[in-house]
Structures are given as structure tokens and as C-alpha cells.
Design a binder for this molecule. Sequence first.
Ligand code: IMP
Length: 198
Amino acid sequence: MIKKIVLASNNPGKVREIGQLLADLDIEVVPQSEFGIPEIEETGLTFVENAILKARNAAELSNLPALADDSGIEVDALMGAPGIYSARFAGVGASDAQNLEKLLGDLQTSESKTRTARFQCLMVLMTHATDPTPLICQGTWEGEIIDSPKGDNGFGYDPIFYIADEQCTSAQLPAEKKNVLSHRGKALNCLLEKLSNL
Ligand code: IMP
């Protein structure tokens, strides 16, 4: 039975949301920053490859089971960009605001009027660094990109991600509601179900 896991992320928005989602479990979740583990280079070409790279690195350096999330936004008018490059769309080290501005700028110059988009999240749990059968789950959240940011909650592209059913952006949703609907919430719930079946 897993009692303690390391969270392979230094992104404060993700750490906060995953912490909230796992709050009721009897598992201690420790962010990798507490072990001084830095972000690794994401050299994979898919979300799942990058999530495995992150989980393996954190498990190796902490000697604990590791949970990693690789996520991003796919915008149809931009042929699925930024996708796995969401965190570094405006360049390595770019801020959330810079990435969001680049996305809006690219959409303005795009010929397509389509505004559909989706968040993707690949969640991976490795019990140790050489675990040959990591638990893997994917969550998707459909929405549309709007022209001007709205809302102060969440992080990243949330202020321009509009959810028709809720008639607001994901940055206007309370945290508990986003956690139920989001790509991350779905992926994590699937992972917890798999874990409980083990
Ligand atoms: P990663 O650290 O390579 O997985 O990058 C994830 C990036 O995707 C984040 O830095 C955000 O730009 C974006 N992203 C992922 N999930 C969300 C979300 O829930 N809201 C807003 N942006 C997100």
C-alpha cells in the first residue's frame, strides 16, 4: 500500500490542484521541490513520454513512488498547437501571460475562424524509477478560446478557455468546480480508481 508519493512538478498551479484532488486520501503527497529536485528537460514528443520522464526522474531522486502530470492545450485553428509545448510556447522560461498572449496573437493572424480547443492531461504513477508498468491515465476537457482573458482563478491558459456549459472561462470557476470538470481531475480520478483496484 502506497503511503507517501512525490509529486513530479514545480508548477505551483498544478501542485495546488493535485494537492486539492488528493486531499482526502490517506497518502502523503510531497512536491519534488522539497527534495530539491529540479524540473527535467521534456524531450519527449508526446504527453505520455514527458510524464514518464518526469515521474522516473522524481522516483529516482527521491526513492519514493512518483506521480507526474504532463498537460497542455490543443487549439484546432493552430493545428493542435501549442500541445506539448504549452508551457514554453512563447519561449523557454516564458510566463503564463506571455504564452497566453502568443496564443491570442497566433489566432488573430490565423485564417481559421474555428475557436475550439481542449486541455489534455496525462497522469502517470510509477512505484519506482524502473517500474516497467506505470499506471497511465488521460483526461480531456473541451472548450473554446475567447479573445480577451476573463477571471483570476487557475493558471496558464484558464482565462481564455471558455466552457459553454458553465458560460464562463475556467479561470472564473471556483477551484472545486474546476477540479471536478478538468482534464486533470478526470485523469487523476481514473488513476485513483486503477490504484484502488490493485
Ligand atoms: P507541462 O508542465 O509541460 O505539463 O506544461 C503544462 C502547461 O500547459 C502549463 O504551463 C499551462 O500553460 C498549460 N496547462 C495545463 N493544464 C492547465 C490548466 O488546467 N489550466 C491552464 N493551463 C494549463
